[in-house]
Design a protein around this ligand. Structure first.
Ligand SMILES: [Zn+2]
Length: 333
């Protein structure tokens, strides 16, 4: 029972439980987790650990290498209770036997061997030895179970992803949405720009830890599929998901301000939170809701900024401050 309890808490079991919990959290949990952690990397780490368990289990399997010294079974069989005697290996036909030798003559040696023969016949049952190839089966089976779990989790993510989110939209809908985002981005950038949704995640999301990418002064930007989907839901389905929608608007406007030529991150974010009001209104929000969402983003920026100073909006980002895009109005953003 104790051994069974140990097995339940083995590193492999702990890894699998942690993996399942993490993948569920990744699918159903906060959007921040999904955009911060590349799930493929998690699977690769899990696969590596499973391989490591397999290799170390196979290595720790005792090898059937013969031990030339007298074994316990020999000592018992031939009555060598003590290590004090010298033991010599004597070949008898095709068998080798150990006998205690303390300077006996050849005749005495013969007598000793005769004794050995007499007692050898009593216990001649072959010891049950598990064949080496069977010992490898259990670790390999455990490894295959681990592979199966990783496979099932991967399929689950693929299934969920293909039926929800940006990837679940058909091609023409996505094209229409992207054109709409580009129109909004062009208004903020004050020139024609193209907004793309980086479905293959070559540019944004996952590894880069960013929701969007744009070249300063360039003419195109990439957004993560999650940001694109939140913008789509707002513009095409009239769905507002609180701070998620606010973040998506802020990211679109942020990248558009980079395209307009602003490089400083804090300044870019400050302008984006002000432009986000108009962009949000154009995508279907009331002005009141749009302002409220952007103000909320400004508050979150101050909280987040402690961790990533670069993105913190400057103190001039306030009503009547140097970065106020509409100094005449008393509202900010
Ligand atoms: Zn930026």
């Amino acid at each position: 029972m104790e051994e069974r309890a140990n097995r339940l808490l083995s590193p492999a079991t702990a890894l699998r439980v942690a993996l399942v919990v993490f993948v569920l959290a990744w699918i159903f949990g906060p959007y921040a987790l999904r955009s911060a952690v590349p799930i493929l990397l998690v699977f690769l780490i899990a696969l590596g650990l499973e391989l490591n368990f397999l290799v170390s289990a196979l290595r720790s399997t005792p090898s059937p290498r013969p031990d030339r010294r007298p074994q316990d079974v020999d000592r018992e069989r031939y009555g060598y209770d003590h290590e004090t005697d010298d033991l010599v290996l004597v070949r008898r036909g095709d068998e080798e036997v150990w006998v205690a030798y303390s300077g006996e003559s050849a005749e005495e040696m013969e007598a000793l061997l005769a004794d050995v023969d007499a007692s050898a016949n009593e216990a001649d049952e072959p010891a049950e030895v598990e064949p080496a190839q069977w010992r490898a089966v259990a670790p390999v089976r455990r490894f295959l179970v681990g592979l199966g779990i990783i496979g099932v989790l991967g399929l689950t993510i693929w299934f969920v992803e293909s039926r929800t989110g940006w990837d679940s939209l058909d091609g023409s809908t996505r094209l229409e949405a992207v054109e709409r985002f580009s129109d909004e981005g062009s208004l903020v950038a004050d020139k024609p720009v193209s907004i793309y949704c980086d479905e293959s995640r070559d540019f944004v999301g996952a590894v880069q830890h960013a929701d969007g990418v744009a070249e300063v002064g360039g003419d195109h930007a990439y957004l993560t599929p999650e940001i694109c989907y939140d913008l789509y839901r707002l513009g095409f389905e009239d769905e507002v998901k609180g701070s998620q929608t606010a973040r998506a608007l802020a990211v679109l406007a942020h990248e558009a301000w980079h395209l307009r030529g602003v490089s400083d991150e804090g300044t870019t974010e400050c302008y984006a939170l002000q432009s986000g009001v108009e962009t949000g209104r154009r995508l279907g929000l009331s002005e009141g809701t749009a302002r409220q969402l952007m103000r909320q983003q400004l508050t979150e920026n101050a909280l987040r900024g402690r961790g990533s100073f670069e993105y913190l909006v400057p103190p001039e980002c306030r009503d009547g401050g140097r970065l106020d895009l509409d100094p005449g109005s008393a509202r900010f953003p």
